[in-house]
Design a protein around this ligand. Sequence first.
Ligand code: NDP
Length: 464
Amino acid sequence: MSGNDSFDFDLITLGAGSGGVAASRRAATLGARVAIVEGSRVGGTCVIRGCVPKKLMMYAAQLGDAINEARGYGWAVEAARFDMAPWAAQKAAETRRLEGVYRQNLAGSGVKVIDGWGRLDGPNTVVVGEQRLTARHVLIATGARPVRDSIEGIGDCATSDEVLDLEALPDEVAVIGAGYIGVEFASILARLGAKVHLFYRDRQPLRGFDEDLRTRAAQSLEAAGVVLHAGQAPQRVQRQDSGFELHMAGGLTHRFPFVLNATGRRPHTEGLGLETVGLTVDKRGAVPVNERFETPAAGIHAIGDVTNRLNLTPAAIAEGRAWAESLFGPTPRTLDLGRVATAVFTLPPLGTIGPTEAQALKDGHALKVFEADFRPMKQTFIGGAERSYMKLLVDADTDRVLAVHMLGADAPEIVQSLAVALTCGATKAQFDRTLAVHPTSAEEFVLMREPTRVLPAAARSGAA
Ligand code: NDP
C-alpha cells in the first residue's frame, strides 16, 4: 500500500479495543502507516472491562463449586470463604499485563498509539488534545457503552464496568435485565455468595436464544439460588441513603443495597465529531455502514459494536481484519457472519451455534430434533443435581446439521469445536460416522440415534 505523503497517516483508528487493534495491526502489516487513538485503556471492553475480567470472575465462582465437589471426591476441605479483595488485585494486575501485551503488539506491528480522546474535525482530520492529525482513511472502532437511561433512575446503578471493579461482594444484589450480562453476573455473583434477584420483562431469561436453553438456563439460575422475577422489570429506580428502591407496576417496591443495570449497551459515538463529516447515527444510535464497512462519509469507515450488528468480540476482530485486508491488501474479501457460535458464561455455561428451533421452522426447514438431557458422570458420583442438555437441529430434507445448542459443563469449548463441522456443512450422517471420545459429555453429540421430535416447517405448514 503506498502512502499519500500529504497525509500524516494512511489510517487513523479511533478506539483500541479488539476490533480497532485487529484492524490497525493488519493494516500496518500490509504496509500502511497507522495510528490508533485511545482515550481510556488499550484493550477496550473485552480485555479491560468485559469478556476477560468477567471470565476471571467466573473462574472464581467455579472454584467455589469445585471446593464443594472436592468433598464428594474424598478431599477433606475446611470451610471456604470467598474474599473479593485479593481477586480484585489479581484481576487488576492481569488486565495491566494484558494491556502491556496489546501495546507491545501494536508497537511490534508498527502502529503508533496516541493516548487521548480523538474526534473528527472535518474530512481526513482527527484532533486529539492539541494534536491535529490527518489520514487518508479513518476507522471508527469505538465500541459500545452500557445504556444508562433505559429506566427512570437506573443511571445511578452499577453497570458491568463497576461490578468488575468491586473490591467487596455485596450481600444482596438486584440484577435488572436478563441478556448475556444479566444472567452471567446473576449466576456468578450467586455462586460467590451474594443473594441475587433477577428482574426481566419476558417470561424467560435470554430472549433470542433457543427456548429449551432458556428454560434450562432459568432452572439452573434457580438451582444456584437466584430469585427469578419473570415478567417483572421496575418502572423506576430510586437511589436512597444506602441502596436503591425498585418501583414495580402496581405500586410494589423492593429495596436492595446494590443494583446492577444490565439493560443493554449502546454504540459509543458521543464526542466523536461525526457532524463535522456530515455523518448521522441511525435510530439505534449506530454508525451506519455498508457491507464494505464504509459509512456515507468519504474516507470514514466503522467496525464492531459501534455499528451495532453482531456485538461480539470475535465478530469485531474478523470485521477489522477483513476490512484492513480489503483496503490495504491485494484482494478485497467479504465476511460471512451468518452462523456464529456464541457462549453465555453462566455456571453451568451455555454454547450455541445456528438458529433456534423456532427460527429454523420459520425459515422453512422441516426438522429432526435430537436431544440428550443427563447428569454428567462427575455429578452422579457425588449426588449432584447439575445436568447437561444437548440439542441438534437437523434439516429433515437434506440431513444437514443446522444448529447445536448446549447448556452444561464445557458447553462453550464443545460448541467451538462443533462450529467447525457446521461451517463445513456437516450432515447428521457424518456426525453418526464420527467415533466417540469416551468417557466425555461431548460424545453425546455423535451418539444421538433417534430424533425426539420430527417437525414440519412452519412456513410450509402455514403455522406461525
Ligand atoms: P442484551 O441486549 O443481551 O440484554 C439486555 C437485557 O436488558 C434484556 O434482558 C432486555 O430485555 C433488558 N432490557 C432492555 N431494556 C429494558 C428496559 N427498558 N426495561 C427492562 N429491561 C430492559 O444486553 P447485555 O447488556 O446483556 O449485553 C450487551 C451485548 O454485549 C450483547 O449484545 C452481547 O452480544 C455482548 N456480550 C456478550 C457476551 C458473551 O459473548 N458471553 C457477554 C456479555 C455481553 P428484553 O429481552 O425484554 O428486551
